[in-house]
Design a protein around this ligand. Sequence first.
Ligand SMILES: *Cc1c(COP(=O)(O)O)cnc(C)c1O
Length: 414
Amino acid sequence: MSFFAERDNELNVEDVPLSRIAEQFGTPCFVYSRAALTSTYRAYEEQFGAHPHLICYAAKANSNLAILDILARLGSGFDIVSGGELRRVLAAGGNPRKVVFSGVGKSEAELREAVAADILCFNVESESEMQRLARIAHDAGRVAPVSVRVNPDVDARTHPYISTGLRRNKFGVGVEDALRLYQYAQATPSLRVTGIDCHIGSQLTDLAPMEDAAGKVVALVDQLADTGIDIEHIDFGGGLGIRYTDETPPPQTELVKMLLDCVGPRQLAIMIEPGRSLIGNAGVLLTRVEYLKHGQEKNFAVIDAAMNDLMRPALYDAHHDIRPVRNTDKPGSIYDVVGPVCETGDFLGKDRTLAIDEGDLLAVMSAGAYAMSMSSNYNTRPRAAEIMVDGSSVHLVGERERVEDLYARESRLP
Ligand SMILES: *Cc1c(COP(=O)(O)O)cnc(C)c1O
């Protein structure tokens, strides 16, 4: 079922025409579908059935409070990678007892805050972090629950910038080092071993590397059990890809089935940390064509959104489908779709056939994940507004920044 479908020649989000949103809130803006988000969450949830599990949404994919709130109400947990994300999750009504904290560089202050918040688990990524956490928990008179993030050394076969499970990547510890970290945790009164975790990369379109990693982690759990270290949960991380254009990632249900098979009869809760696969196709970036520019070699559609709003094309050479909001039968021309930012890398699409005029609206599809959360103010561009559609209701869930906001914390010399 698509929550982004055409009706009367116009692209709608659920029951709302995108032109109405542009009129009311201006462009550029991100438009999310509550039903789309709910449906991807439920697809995971239902496949787990009675097996003990927790879905921990990776907040970094899109940390708008409304999105965190919708997921929290559905019972979701959260995977955070900073103290800032912890505050967002708490501000959105998320339950700290369903929060796991990942990341290679957790600071003293971040660990202290998370210990005080009594989160579900620290996904520890190094020996030094384990020692730091032990001291902080001890000083706070607490016992911190820990999981060791293991780097299973598998090639996720995705873009190198979003591949995280190879030995040469900075994430986690090697399988050979994990035992030592667990022994340290087991022997430290301010730490309690609860889990094990891995996360091998993002936008994975093939189950095989995930299955490979899952097998290695489960084997390690068995090995740990033999040495008297009991693991209560396995967190297999996130990473499932979505369809941006012609990719064919495995369905969410296949991923969950594979994990259930891997765990088999073991008494282990399963956790996953999906980000992109929950929110990626639940949002679009709505933008307007400012100018059409016909050059000698290329035609350009200059739009009012730019790389600061959606940096994936510039950063990963990522492809996002771009659709006119209003469909016409006119023949199209081939355009590079570019923003106003002064960088040649500022494009949202290349060589796209579009039948458009100046002033028309375009929808940059699949812009729910790693779009707003990676946005910047480059060129002193205020960040876009964010709109949540829920059936026929429209909610402004992120106000457009004002230019004054952008330099409000700065000052001139005395
Ligand atoms: C980014 C990240 C995720 C989410 O990845 P997706 O590809 O968006 O599902 C999950 N876990 C960790 C540790 C991450 O860094």
